[in-house]
Design a protein. Sequence first.
Length: 136
Amino acid sequence: MFINLGTARDDSARQAARGASLAVGEVYTVINGDLTVIGDLAGNGHVEVKGTVKGTINCRSIEIMPTGVIEGAVIAESAIIHGSVVGPVRANTVTAGGTARIVGSVFHNVLTIEPGAKLEGRRPWRPNIDRNLDTD
């Protein structure tokens, strides 16, 4: 199931329940665990992935849950990864949670790796990640 929760309101309880800080008017999208998306996704809001995406995701912020799988590039200003990514990650801030598995380069300005996370690939530092550029 693909869920678009609409635009964020100035409601801190709603934002806290989602686990992400959203700007007022920002779109929040969930790709549920029973869904496989084949193709690229692009937007300016927050994306939460519980299912599988076979393609590139380019968004403002992304959280890949433990059941989430991305087979392609992740491009965002902020990426929190608890699931699997097979492909490059490009984000200013990247957090690899304890259940994360990343196979591919992680281009970042700030990288946090929690105990238990598995990263296979280069982790080159970049002063600023531009979401409008193609992946390396």
